[in-house]
Structure formats: structure tokens, C-alpha cells
Design a binder for this molecule. Sequence first.
Ligand SMILES: [Zn+2]
Ligand SMILES: [Zn+2]
Length: 239
Amino acid sequence: MVGWPIGKPKERPTAPLRGYKLAHPVVSADGTGAAFAGVTLGRTKVYGAVADAECAQGGHHQSPSRWCDCGFYCLNTLDDARALACDPDYRNTVLLDIAASGRFRRYERGLRYARQRVSRVRVGRCGCGHPATVFVETGAGSIGWRRLMAVCADCAGSRPGLPLAAFSRLLGGVTVVHDEITRLYDPVRAFDSAVPPPADVPDPAAADQELVPLLAAEIALLQSRLDEVQRQLDRLTKG
Ligand SMILES: [Zn+2]
Ligand SMILES: [Zn+2]
């Protein structure tokens, strides 16, 4: 998160603010609970589905504070969170939809805030490119918590895996879903020549071609409508 906070200090939203963030999924050492670990600043902090921010520097002030960088962070848009997930530092993270409340500071592209409720966990692709379906241990973690990553069944192999639904139960019922990965977010698949598209799936390029005359007609219609509005405006202002 860069830049000095913008926004009005007196802003008092009536509903929680929505946002998106990336986090490492973790499971407790005894396997009875699930939570998340931060990626950069909050790397050592583990938080549950509902959590209050504490100062990561050990300060006793309210978090967030103008004079410290602690607090929860999120981005305003899903696109920005998905873009951040491409950074190698965020490899093997999951995407969280959150509702932020309490004290907050607004930034150009996101928020820093005091209280957080995770409303949905979005699981992306396995490192091999296929949709991830199960969580396995990464070997990393912190005291009391084992870090997980989501992989496909092939890559999980014989390793014990925690299905997405089981992770959801350990989180107390928070929805865990596959991220809606469109072609835009599946950049390699579009060029995958090894697997021809199934016959019953229309070729997206052909579908785009069919749209061209429709869109051209649409534009012509809008143009003539605009001309008409302009004529009326001219008549009213110059007449
Ligand atoms: Zn602090
Ligand atoms: Zn895989």
C-alpha cells in the first residue's frame, strides 16, 4: 500500500466497507481450527474469520494509527487483489473477501482498518495451472499453525489433503469457493495448443467476430440518436 492516506478524517460509514486481500491459509497444530496468516507486514500474525487488529510492532496504541503502519490492509477491487496475486511474494495465497469496520484509514487503492470479518475465501489455481481442489501442507508455518496451499488432485498425489469444504468447516462455516477465473485470469490457457477446445464449446474468437456487425449497428444507431439530440439542442439554444 503506497501513498499517504487520502479521504476525509470525519468519514463515518454506516455499513462495513468491503475489500479484498490475500493471505496464507493455516490449520492449527491439532487440526481443529483454521485461520489465515499475513503475507508481508503481518507475516507472524495469525487471524481467524473475525479479528481485531493489533500493533504488529508491539505498540500499545489503537490500530490503525497515523504514526504506525500496523492494522489490517485490503484493496478496494477484486481486480487489484488478483493482480497482486501474480507477485511471487503472494504465491500460494488465497483471496479473501472482507468486511472492514472500526477505525480505518483510506488509501488510493484500499484501506487500513481495525476490525475484519472474512466473508468468503476464493481459491485460485494450483501451481501447475489446473483449478486447485484441496489444501496440503507447505512445510512452513508458525508456532501452533501449519501453513497450507491449495493444489489440484494430481499435484496433491498421495499427500493427505484437506478438501475446501473441510477448510470451510474449520473456519466456522465461511464460504470457500473456486475463484471465478475467467479467460482474462487464465492467461496461459488461452494459448494452450496441446488441448483443442471441445467441439461443443464455441470458439471465443469466432463469437467475437459475430459481435462485430451487431456492435457496428449499435454504434450507428447511437450516433444518429446523438445527431438528433444535437439538432434539438442547436434549435433550442440558437433559435
Ligand atoms: Zn502499531
Ligand atoms: Zn496441480
